[in-house]
Write a new protein. Structure first.
Length: 292
């Protein structure tokens, strides 16, 4: 079992404490605007990392279950990220087509609506030789809108730096409705190693070179769902005592459990407990490495 699997398991276990009668989980509301106050629609707002309001964290900043959440802004620039852990403060990342990525530090839903201002890319930057452009397509040649490209490592000279790449390359890119994405690097970056993820497609590792265009093809993916049990009973946690399904990320022969909120019918969940979900037949025949 890898360290990442252990961290995810701890994160799920820590989140189990929210049962009926305990602290409510607040929503985070906000607006994304450009300079001058005009709304920015279709921006993606990520919960990037989190830290406890009091004391030190037992997990890495990106390992809390809430850090899997992201939403898009409305036509008026508004967004709502539901049911966040009241014990944490959050670091948000805002990504919008044509705009510089923007981090927002120490966000607490209890402080009320957050207003985030983003700046457009300059003409000079759009012409830079360090820009990476690409398009993400599925097996049928259709664009995968909303897919994310997340750098995990950068090649600099004879060495590759893994993790903490924000000083060398944008933290994430989001594909637009045509599947197109952009990443901007600093001088000296030779390659970017990144993970592509999107709704309904399998994760894929890719290598990107600054100054070039890239066509990235991804395959159909599968998500297995199940439920957390403790001592033979379904674990109830979350706002309003809502059962939390578990998404199982199948990769390298291991099941990684992370919490997701969806169902609201405990009777159905009890009937489903213990059932083993079946992946898509075509994907089930493929090696685990291809599902990573």
């Amino acid at each position: 079992m890898t360290a990442r699997v252990i961290e995810c398991a701890i994160a799920v276990a820590l989140s189990v404490g929210f049962v009926r009668g305990e602290l409510p989980r607040p929503d985070l509301t906000g607006r994304v605007v450009r300079e001058g106050g005009a709304p920015v629609k279709e921006a993606t707002v990520f919960v990037y990392t989190a830290r406890p309001k009091e004391g030190s964290g037992a997990l890495c900043p990106s390992c809390y279950p809430d850090c899997s959440k992201k939403v898009k802004t409305s036509s008026r620039g508004g967004f709502v990220i539901p049911s966040l852990d009241p014990r944490l403060r959050f670091r948000l990342l805002v990504v919008a087509p044509g705009y510089e990525p923007r981090f927002v530090e120490k966000v607490d839903p209890a402080d009320g609506e957050v207003k985030i201002t983003v700046s457009p890319y300059s003409e000079e930057k759009l012409k830079a030789s360090t820009m990476i452009m690409g398009m993400i397509m599925d097996e049928k040649g259709q664009p995968v809108a909303g897919a994310t490209v997340s750098p995990e490592g950068v090649a600099l000279g004879r060495s590759t730096h893994w993790g903490g790449t924000d000083r060398y390359v944008d933290p994430v890119a989001v594909a637009d409705e045509r599947g197109r994405f952009r990443l901007f690097c600093t001088n000296g970056v030779q390659h970017v190693h990144a993970v592509v993820e999107g709704r309904g497609v399998a994760k894929r590792w890719i290598e990107l070179k600054p100054g070039r265009d890239h066509l990235v093809r991804v395959e159909e993916g599968v998500t297995l769902t199940g439920f957390i049990q403790r001592d033979g009973h379904l674990v109830m946690y979350g706002r309003d005592n809502v059962e939390q399904p578990v998404a199982v990320d199948v990769g390298e022969g291991e099941a990684h459990a992370v919490a997701l909120a969806e169902s609201r019918d405990p009777s159905r969940l009890n009937q489903a407990a213990g059932a083993v979900p079946q992946p898509h037949p075509r994907l089930a025949r493929q090696p685990a490495a291809r599902l990573a």
